[in-house]
Design a protein around this ligand. Structure first.
Ligand code: 18C
Length: 256
């Protein structure tokens, strides 16, 4: 219990998530922290292959199949100037802006608000012809975690999305095939201190992001088509999402 509480406390004066009373909390806490550790491992070991690169954005995958279905894990690293980790995670988590940047989603519903930092989403994705249309049902949790390696005391922000079940929204109900997913976005803020103690402006901040994803298509789909979709959609997502956050933040006060 004490160990669990240490993980939940985000930092001095920061409260426990109100989600900690919920039946899903042990799973949410465990998977979010596992994903944080996994994201922080480098790509030097573990058979990661670079498959897309654009400036500082690098995307790696491992080719994996389960029962003949492609489930290639993906890990992407990027440095984004002018925004903080809190800002990146805020826009990734918030349902209010999901449809502004997300291009794989046709319809999004929040089916449960567990707490202000923990929601359950049902999403219907765009159909890729000739495969069946997919949907996904997942909890999404956002958290600030102290970074013990950062002497300046900047926290890490994480959003973790992980598939769940809900009897009111059964899977494979005849209309859609349900994909399962585990996704995390982990962000660290770096500040280049301005000279003479001047105020920190957006030019002084850089955000290091790591995005990890494993999606199981839930039903058979041709491996070559799936890998082509991955190769097109992941770089498109990361470029579009980071550009969106930069644009949203540029005239706003910095949210540390
Ligand atoms: O992480 C991202 N978004 C989050 C918020 O929405 C959340 C969502 C994860 C997406 C899960 C993948 C759903 C696949 C649905 C089908 C693909 C539609 C493509 C439409 C193209 C116009 O965590 C950002 C997600 C970034 C994009 C991921 C693309 C992954 C493709 C996986 C394909 C799996 C099944 C495809 C089925 C049939 C293909 C022949």
């Amino acid at each position: 219990k004490q160990q669990q509480q240490q993980q939940i406390v985000a930092g001095p004066g920061k409260a426990l998530s109100k989600a900690c009373q919920h039946r899903l909390w042990p799973e949410i806490d465990r998977i979010s922290m596992e994903q944080l550790r996994y994201a922080r491992l480098g790509v030097g070991e573990g058979g990661w292959q670079l498959f897309a690169e654009d400036g500082e954005m690098k995307m790696y995958k491992r080719e994996e199949e389960v029962n003949g279905m492609v489930v290639d894990p993906l890990k992407a690293c990027h440095m984004v100037r002018g925004v903080t980790g809190h800002e990146m995670c805020h826009y990734f988590f918030s349902p209010d802006v999901r449809m502004d940047w997300e291009t794989t989603v046709e319809q999004m519903t929040v089916i449960e608000t567990i707490a202000e930092d923990t929601l359950v989403f049902l999403q219907v994705h765009k159909r890729i012809w000739p495969a069946s249309q997919r949907d996904s049902l997942f909890w999404s949790h956002m958290r600030q975690v102290p970074d013990h390696n950062d002497r300046d005391g900047h926290d890490i922000w994480i959003v973790c999305n992980h598939s769940t079940e809900n009897p009111d929204f059964p899977s494979n109900n005849g209309k859609f095939v349900r994909v399962t997913l585990t996704v995390c976005l982990v962000c660290q803020t770096f500040i280049d201190p301005p000279k003479d103690g001047a105020q920190i402006v957006r030019d002084n901040i850089t955000c290091k992001i790591t995005y990890c994803s494993v999606v199981n298509p839930g039903g058979w789909a041709p491996a070559s088509v799936l890998r082509a979709v991955y190769k097109r959609e992941y770089p498109k997502f990361l470029k579009r999402f980071t550009a969106y956050v930069i644009d949203q933040c540029k005239e706003k006060p910095i949210m540390f």
